[in-house]
Design a protein around this ligand. Structure first.
Ligand SMILES: Nc1ncnc2c1ncn2[C@@H]1O[C@H](COP(=O)(O)OP(=O)(O)OP(=O)(O)O)[C@@H](O)[C@H]1O
Ligand SMILES: [Mg+2]
Length: 279
């Protein structure tokens, strides 16, 4: 699946343009407060020839802006790999006394997985079997994406339902899921603190011996995949076929967690065949 040329750093990128997309694209609407992230203001708008877009305007004093060019290159390279990541349409940097940056993505009308799971939790309008199939498809998407992310030498570090974007409502057979928000991503081996992602619930604090930090590794993301899977238990308990996968991903010892490739080659096909038996 991979070629030796993939070992080269990503070469292409969307060009950086010196204009404020909030002024150049057209009428923009700030996304309501409960959906707002910590790092960015996000707006919806529309672009001729594209349709709905999401504009992510980064906070000007964010230290992570230092590696933004690398993260943009990574996102573009991942899309070229065929990884399920949101489509980055343009990248903007301008100056109004501060360095300002914004990223424009295709807008995914299903919003984020957190909001969709909350709705399903409240309505319970889904069977345990359907809930398990959706859980499987989300975990499968995350592993496909992470196989590319980790192979390229990066760790996402902030995998959570709020950072998984959906093309349609999650019950729709047409629903496609994407792993987004690479704003916390770091290269494998980078020293980070447990506060790096800003989302302690999904972060394996035990991998980091002290608050001062430890080295980012792919196993960190695999723990977060386990936590995302666990959130589905708020809707219905996962079947006995899913429980060993949950335990393996959430293993206290990082070395015992399956890699994304092991998940795709072994754990997921087994789970999938069991789901086929119960539906
Ligand atoms: N392409 C997209 N399509 C639809 N909704 C999106 C898209 N990108 C972002 N969103 C919505 O905007 C929210 C914030 O976006 P994002 O997670 O990229 O920014 P953030 O400010 O870095 O968040 P965080 O709090 O994780 O740091 C998402 O949780 C999601 O609800
Ligand atoms: Mg986010």
């Amino acid at each position: 699946m991979f070629h030796s040329s993939d070992l080269q750093p990503p070469r292409s990128s969307v060009p950086k343009t010196p204009e404020n997309p909030l002024e150049s694209i057209g009428p923009c609407h700030l996304i309501p407060q409960q959906l707002q992230g910590f790092q960015a203001n996000v707006y919806t708008s529309s672009m001729a020839g594209i349709g709905p877009v999401l504009i992510k305007e980064l906070k000007p004093n964010d230290q992570k802006l230092e590696c933004l060019d690398d993260i943009v290159e990574l996102e573009v390279a991942l899309k070229q790999d065929g990884a399920p990541v949101p489509e980055l349409l343009s990248y903007h940097e301008w100056n109004d006394g501060w360095r300002r940056n914004a990223l424009v993505y295709r807008y995914y009308a299903g919003g984020d997985l957190f909001t969709q799971l909350l709705r399903l939790h409240q309505t319970k309008a889904i069977t345990p079997q359907r809930s398990e199939i959706i859980a499987y498809s989300i975990v499968e998407m995350l592993c496909r994406c992470l196989q590319h992310v980790h192979y390229r030498g990066w760790v996402h570090v902030d995998i959570k339902p709020e950072n998984i974007f959906l093309s349609h409502d999650i019950e729709s057979p047409d629903c496609q899921a994407y792993l987004g928000d690479f704003g916390s991503a770091v290269r494998i081996g980078t020293t980070i603190s447990p506060l790096h992602s800003g989302t302690p619930t999904y972060f394996p604090k035990q991998d980091f011996r002290s608050n001062l930090g430890g080295q980012a590794a792919p196993s960190l993301d695999m723990f977060s995949v386990g936590k995302v899977l666990k959130t589905f238990e708020h809707i219905h308990r996962l079947s006995d076929h899913a429980q060993p996968i949950l335990l393996a991903l959430l293993a206290h010892d990082a070395l015992h967690r399956p890699t994304a490739t092991e998940m795709l080659n072994t754990h997921l096909p087994e789970w999938r065949s069991r789901i086929n038996e119960i539906v």
